[in-house]
Write a protein that binds this ligand. Structure first.
Ligand SMILES: [Zn+2]
Length: 293
């Protein structure tokens, strides 16, 4: 389980690295130019973080050894922030909403991490909540070698989520948006999640994005695949909304509305397992909350 996969190794022409963890198909991203590298959401196990560093620092080098100059944490969920301090000397960037979580929220996040650590036999008792060198609340450009990398807040999945745009390679790291196989994963407000999907659709068209790497499972490696993934999530939310509206019109109790909405999205196919059902249930509850007066 601890053995990560190097999904994309990085070459001179394609200077990015994707490492997939043995847990949750978690996918970290690395980018390099010249003697500098940047990593995003660097993994679950120490082995993931080490493989990411080795790849990003040694692939297609031209001069001396490369070093990780930047660590970007897209949002404050426990699977994304683990490796924030694994690269000594690197600057750590976080969305302001993630960097400034309340003490109670931090405690919840650290407790969730500790629970997964126990399950995965990860020994990390000294772990501390990330300390940011840079916080951003609007688009923020960094330089890696001679290339620009843009950090873009995109709330919806959570209130603190962001994505990372690499213009020189036409690639977007989408964090927990467009996870495939998967279903829309809204841990905040459905309205904001829908706006995020709209933003992703427009941005990917305008910038002619060629590939999108979500934080779990597979990447979308063509403009058509990207728009298909966005359309699938939009359809899911429309079906969820219609089912909730129907239930509300019939004046059903909340629990019955949620159950009917869950059934409607289950009928779209897939994700009948426990985790999928929990997610459908949670999405249905969030949709109902945003429709009720
Ligand atoms: Zn997340």
């Amino acid at each position: 389980m601890k053995t990560p996969t190097l999904v994309h190794a990085g070459t001179r022409q394609e200077p990015w690295v994707v490492v997939r963890s043995g847990f949750w198909g978690f996918q970290s991203f690395g980018f390099f130019d010249g003697e500098e590298a940047l990593v995003v959401d660097p993994g679950i196990f120490a082995e993931d973080m080490a493989l990411l560093e080795t790849a990003v620092c040694t692939r297609a080098t031209t001069g001396g050894p490369r070093r990780v100059r930047h660590v970007v944490v897209t949002h404050a969920h426990h699977d994304h922030l683990r490796g924030w301090n694994s690269y000594p000397g690197a600057e750590v960037s976080l969305p302001r909403t993630a960097a400034e979580k309340s003490p109670a929220a931090r405690e919840r996040i650290l407790a969730a991490k500790a629970a997964i650590d126990t399950r995965l036999e990860i020994d990390d008792p000294e772990f501390a909540y990330p300390v940011a060198d840079r916080v951003f609340e609007s688009e923020c450009a960094l330089t890696v070698g001679h290339q620009e990398v843009v950090l873009i807040p995109l709330p919806g999945h959570s209130n603190c989520c962001s994505v990372v745009w690499f213009p020189s390679i036409s690639t977007l790291y989408s964090a927990d948006y467009l996870v495939t196989p998967g279903l829309p994963y809204c841990r905040w407000e459905i309205g904001a999640f829908r706006q995020a999907l709209d933003w992703l659709g427009a941005f990917c068209r305008r910038e002619r994005v060629q590939r999108v790497w979500p934080s779990h499972y597979v990447g979308h490696t063509s403009p058509l695949a990207i728009q298909t993934a966005i359309a699938k999530d939009r359809t899911y939310l429309e079906v969820l909304e219609q089912a909730c509206q129907t239930g509300l019109r019939r004046e059903l109790k909340d629990a019955a509305v949620v159950e009917a909405a869950e059934r409607a999205v289950l009928a779209l196919g897939g994700h009948h397992d426990r985790a999928g059902r929990l997610q459908h249930h949670d999405n249905a509850k969030r949709m109902l909350a945003c429709l009720k007066p």
